[in-house]
Design a binder for this molecule. Structure first.
Ligand SMILES: Cc1ncc(COP(=O)(O)O)c(C=O)c1O
Length: 284
């Protein structure tokens, strides 16, 4: 049961209350969009950026989200209820489905839950990655918009599947690699690496999801003396980088310790600066 549940135009409801019908297209086809947002001290981090990405995801799927003010109000209703329970780190989910199969309004709701300790331990312990083929070239999704590159659609079954597969291989997470050999992103996180004094990430033209966390880090990297770049990188070059991280709103900044069992270089100094820059607490 979610700790807090709020429904558009209704506000906070009992989290035991059913809020979806059996013919909701979000359930039947994963036909909808979502965002997961870091909550600290009772406030949503980078809310505007998440709302903008969510509206864009919906547009790409040819439906229109309620306007920004309504979505922000829904988030605030959930946050107000969460603040009554405490101020620990939490995840705010915003979900909008196309609605019911035979028409009618979108289904739009928000939930907030505490972030489980296991999700944030990689900030302290790092991650072992295993590469997984996405099956298409790095430029394929740009030419095939129906593949929904750059869209945070509800259909995350293959993301969950590759995570289970990575774990079955003894790794902690996967790294999507294009058919032509470029490292792209994690199934639920963005790829960031260090080349000299340049903090790099993958170009959005590859169809990766534009990460709010990676954008924040690159947008503020100058404050820690780093330049930034968006670059394509082959896996064989990535393993030679001076530091590699997966970043996301819930996970924060997780450093990589190995890729396909090959140890990679680590920069604990930069890891600490990046966590601090984006305000992620490192668990003890
Ligand atoms: C595929 C994918 N890439 C990247 C990210 C990281 O995005 P953000 O930093 O906005 O959480 C996510 C987040 O869930 C994701 O699902």
């Amino acid at each position: 049961m979610a700790t807090v549940t709020a429904v558009l135009h209704r506000g906070v409801v009992d989290s035991d209350e059913p809020i979806l019908c059996a013919d909701d297209l979000g359930v039947l086809r994963g036909d909808g969009v979502f965002e997961t947002i870091n909550v600290r001290q009772g406030k949503a981090f980078l809310l505007d950026e998440h709302l903008a990405r969510m509206a864009n995801s919906a547009l790409r799927m040819e439906f229109e989200l309620p306007d920004r003010a309504e979505m922000a109000e829904l988030a605030e209703q959930a946050l107000a209820a969460w603040r009554e329970r405490g101020t620990g780190e939490a995840a705010l989910r915003l979900v909008a489905t196309r609605g019911r199969e035979h028409g009618g309004p979108l289904t739009v709701f928000a939930t907030i839950d505490p972030v489980p300790r296991a999700r944030i331990l990689p900030r302290r312990d790092g991650l072992r990655l295993v590469t997984a083929s996405l099956g298409v070239d790095a430029d394929a999704r740009g030419r095939a918009p129906w593949l929904l590159g750059g869209v945070k659609a509800l259909s995350y079954a293959s993301m969950m599947s590759v995570l289970r597969w990575a774990k079955s291989q003894g790794a902690d997470d996967a790294l999507w690699v294009s058919a032509d050999g470029y490292a792209l992103e994690g199934p639920t996180s963005s790829l960031v690496w260090l080349d000299g004094d340049t903090l790099c990430t993958t170009p959005v033209s590859t169809g990766i999801l534009p990460g709010t966390t990676s954008a924040f880090l690159l947008g503020n990297a100058e404050r820690i003396g780093l330049r930034t770049a968006e670059r394509l990188i082959a896996v064989e070059d990535l393993v030679k980088a001076e530091g590699i991280w997966l970043t996301s709103s819930v996970r924060g900044v997780a450093f990589i310790t190995s890729i396909d069992d090959q140890s990679v270089a680590q920069r604990p100094d930069i890891t600490a600066e990046l966590e601090k820059l984006a305000g992620f607490e490192v668990p003890s």
